[in-house]
Design a protein around this ligand. Structure first.
Ligand code: ZN
Length: 120
């Protein structure tokens, strides 16, 4: 492993440079913000993939809730940072709702879409 900025191979530290965590040498660390090394890099722990059970009526729930709030699809898309086409597909029940999007919708509308979690 070497410094991702200058290529030096010694005294590497972890630093956040332009919102990305990279390994740099002590000299280059001044370009960003040094952060502590929590554990060996090779053992990066991934969040376990969650199998979620989404309310089968999610499409209707989302649409009704949005309409009740008089919110345009465009507004909702902006609020949860998704494409308008994605929202349309969700409301038509043509898109598998993933945990991330479901959580965002739950938060915006104060509803419950995720019925259960199954840790893999
Ligand atoms: Zn360097």
């Amino acid at each position: 492993m070497e410094c991702e900025i200058c290529g030096k191979k010694r005294g590497l530290v972890r630093a956040v440079v332009e919102d990305t965590v990279i390994y740099v040498c002590e000299d280059c660390a001044s370009f960003g913000k040094k952060i502590a090394e929590p554990r060996p890099i090779t053992k990066r722990e991934e969040t376990p993939i969650e199998d979620i059970l989404i309310d089968p009526s999610y499409a209707t729930i989302v649409r009704l809730k949005r309409e009740a709030l008089n919110m345009k699809i465009e507004e909702l898309a902006k609020k949860i940072n998704e494409r308008v086409s994605t929202i349309k597909r969700i409301e038509q029940g043509r898109m598998h709702l993933d945990a991330k999007t479901a959580k965002k919708l739950e938060k915006v509308f104060g509803i419950k879409l995720i019925m259960d979690y199954e840790k893999k």
